[in-house]
Ligand binder design. Structure first.
Ligand SMILES: *Cc1c(COP(=O)(O)O)cnc(C)c1O
Length: 716
């Protein structure tokens, strides 16, 4: 490590492994290099390093404090890569397992914009935990050049969408090349046309994620656009994306000499992978079609995320034939009816459309929902597939979602945990005992750390509000910077996709009552909103507009704010700075929900409908509930009940508790509740526990099945 360029090379190595996205110390190195530039380049370390000139590098490497951090970060990184893991300890002799995890979106860090919401953040968290645990899991997804849309509201509060085109060469990802140093490419046929796919590698700690990209000159315009936008385009774009991801994904892995023996489909978008795995069984192992199908079936896992049929991809037969006829007749040697049957309930007569969830379920021995309640709802939703079975016999399991704690917990809270929970860094996150020592954490330290984050949130919002105002063409003098939000007010956060079932406007049902709550002199309260509506969801956009307009009313000014362009960065500020996290979906439409889990380790409390994860997490000593355990897919009566409950609990329980202070102005009872919430919930609602559960229930079983089938075949 002599010259500056040697040291720069190390910086690039650190930048090119997204370990930094869940390691605050590594991120602080980038901040130290140049905080303004780091913010300006959207927290993309490659762009950061490119913007820094040699003079600055020279002075940095002469600064002892910087060198200390640099050496320490590099050491942490090396230790992480080489350190012992849960997997190494428990499976020291297992070298052949390779799990491929497929998802249409991955939310890892804000500079890689290939996620829209909860599903993507979950995928990112899944891989991060697999890395922490040392599990041999590889991610597969698509690299969208325009990603998901960016949100801005116009003067009327109406959501406008715009896209930023990504320069892949400036992201912390690497194009994969063949031995002649040419881009490695695989091919799929769609509608009699050849589509070439190149492959980008994302290093994620000890694991990798491969992203597929069809934006290559040799492809037709239509095919170049396959990997352009996430959830954009029409139904034909969608089927093309799914062919690229599923069939192209398996081919890409094979081209990289990776043959996964276990495949996990996160939602149905990737279900075509089963076709290609079956084909591999035919060609590579000389299996019969049924044997090959069984090999694939017994080693596939499918996770369903939706409690409603809308939103599931269903392709008409004509489109299937247009795009895939050659594939199923030549590669799979199937007739039209045989192929269409794969995307339908077993023994269906009506085969006019092809449902990706049915394909996923038909080709996976292991199926699960993402919370206990969602499991029950899923069994009802898919009961037609399992005729003659009682609800408890239906082979759909349940693994409750979690969050990657190190990603979503503010650095100062992590420091406290490191100090008071001795095993926090020792991969013991998912042991209950690890969190028991939370009682040793002095109340004032916890309170101060949380309030530090609350002040950061308010500062962040002030900057954003100024920007949002200017972008609307409104004079910035209209912004009352001093008075936007009050650090002493009970701060409620509500941020998520603006799907209407989430009822973002529920708290506005009685504006007079809300006025009294927010404008109390003694016990002030304020609310921060954020979230995107799907571009085609006009009702969702109307919710956003309604909130925006209310936030401008004189009585609510500076007490209700709408923060535009919700993403991982905005979420980080919100979940760490809000005191109370509000969630009021129409039960049981929220399969799990995860933002509330992020709030827990940041010292906030949850106030939520008993849906998704909260239905199994809630007890009165660690948070609050809205309504009861009755379902209401669509009922105004239930809305009325939930509204009353919401206001009553807020007025009678939450606000008094928050403002009940001792002589040092500490809300001791509130802090006790926060401690209960941390110690009772963190160990369970995290992705380490979740991934271990997938591993123990499914992955290891699927791996055994796969080996047994091939062993049997070789003995015959
Ligand atoms: C965590 C997260 C979500 C998911 O939140 P839900 O509570 O499941 O709606 C969505 N978007 C972003 C940016 C997140 O960080």
């Amino acid at each position: 490590m002599e010259t500056i360029s040697d040291k720069k090379e190390i910086l690039y190595k650190i930048a090119n492994n997204l370990f930094w996205s869940w390691d605050p110390e590594t991120r602080s190195l980038f901040e130290k290099i140049d905080l303004n530039t780091w913010d300006k380049v959207g927290h993309n370390p490659i762009k950061l390093l490119e913007e820094i000139n040699d003079e600055r590098f020279k002075s940095l490497f002469e600064d002892e404090e910087f060198i200390d951090i640099f050496l320490n970060v590099n050491l942490r990184f090396q230790n992480y890569l080489e350190g012992n893991t849960w997997y190494k300890t428990n499976f020291p002799n297992e070298n052949n397992l390779t799990i491929a995890y497929f998802s249409a979106e991955f939310g890892i860090t804000e500079c890689i914009r290939i996620y829209s919401g909860g599903l993507g953040v979950l995928s990112g968290d899944h891989i991060k935990s697999a890395s922490d645990l040392g599990i041999p899991l590889i991610g597969v997804g698509l690299l969208y050049s325009k990603g998901y849309f960016q949100q801005a509201l116009d003067k009327e509060g109406w959501q406008k969408e715009y896209y930023i085109i990504e320069d892949f060469n400036k992201l912390p990802i690497e194009l994969q090349r063949d031995k002649n140093n040419e881009p490695l490419r695989v091919e799929v046929k769609i509608a009699d046309e050849s589509v070439l796919i190149q492959i980008w590698k994302v290093n994620l700690g000890r694991t990798v994620l491969y992203l597929l990209d069809t934006d290559i000159e040799i492809n037709s315009k239509q095919n170049r656009e396959i990997t352009e936008t996430l959830y954009g385009g029409d139904i034909e774009t969608r089927i093309r994306q799914e062919i690229v991801m599923g069939i192209g994904g398996i081919r890409a892995l094979n081209a990289l000499n990776i043959i996964p023996n276990v495949c996990h489909m996160n939602e149905g978008h990737s279900a075509f992978l089963s076709l290609e795995r079956t084909k591999m069984g035919l060609e590579k192992y000389g299996l019969s079609f049924n044997e090959a199908k069984s090999l694939c079936y017994q080693s596939n896992i499918f996770t369903t995320h939706t409690p409603v049929p809308a939103g599931i991809d269903v392709f008409p037969k004509e489109l299937i034939n247009k795009c895939m006829k050659e594939y199923y007749t030549e590669d799979l040697q199937l007739s039209e009816n045989e192929f269409m049957a794969l995307g339908n309930i077993p023994d269906s007569i009506e085969l006019s459309s092809f449902n990706m969830v049915h394909l996923a379920m038909n080709s996976s021995m292991y199926i699960n929902g993402v919370s206990k309640l969602h499991n029950i709802v899923s069994k009802e939703l898919w009961a037609d597939r399992f005729k003659g079975m009682k609800n408890n016999e239906i082979p759909i399991g349940s693994i409750t979602n979690g969050v990657h704690i190190k990603t979503h917990t503010a650095p100062n809270m992590q420091k406290l945990f490191t100090k008071y929970l001795p095993d926090f860094w020792g991969n013991e996150l998912s042991k209950k005992e690890t969190w028991n020592s939370i009682n040793d954490l002095p109340a004032n330290e916890l309170w101060n750390a949380h309030n530090e984050n609350k002040n950061k949130l308010i500062k962040f919002i002030k900057q954003r509000i100024v920007r949002q105002t200017l972008e609307k063409g409104i004079d910035a003098n209209n912004v009352d910077l001093e008075n936007i939000l009050n650090p002493d007010a009970l701060t409620i956060g509500f941020a998520r996709r603006f799907a209407t079932y989430k009822r973002a406007t529920l708290i506005f049902s009685d504006l007079e009552r809300l006025d009294k709550i927010l404008n109390s002199q003694k016990h002030p309260v304020q609310i921060i909103f954020a979230g995107k509506s799907h571009p085609r969801d006009l009702a969702g956009k109307e919710f956003i507009q309604a909130i925006y307009k209310i936030s401008l009313e004189e009585r609510f000014k500076n007490k209700i704010v709408f923060l535009e362009n919700y993403n991982l960065e905005v979420a980080r500020y919100l979940v760490s700075g809000c005191d109370l996290w509000l969630n009021n979906p129409r039960r049981p439409l929220e399969a799990s929900g995860t933002s509330g889990m992020k709030v827990v380790t940041n010292g906030g409390l949850n106030f939520s409908v008993l849906d998704g994860w909260w239905d199994e997490a809630f007890t009165p000593d660690l948070g609050w509930k809205i309504g009861d355990r009755k379902n209401s897919f669509n009922s105004d009566f239930k809305d009325e009940k939930d509204i009353n409950d919401l206001y009553n609990v807020l007025e009678k329980e939450i606000i008094p508790l928050y403002f009940n202070r001792d002589e040092q102005n500490l809300p001791n009872m509130w802090i006790n509740k926060v401690k209960n919430s941390i110690s009772e919930l963190s160990w369970f609602f995290n992705t380490d526990r979740m991934v271990m559960e997938y591993f123990n229930k499914y992955y290891i079983q699927a791996f055994k099945n796969y080996n047994n089938i091939l062993l049997e075949k070789s003995l015959n």
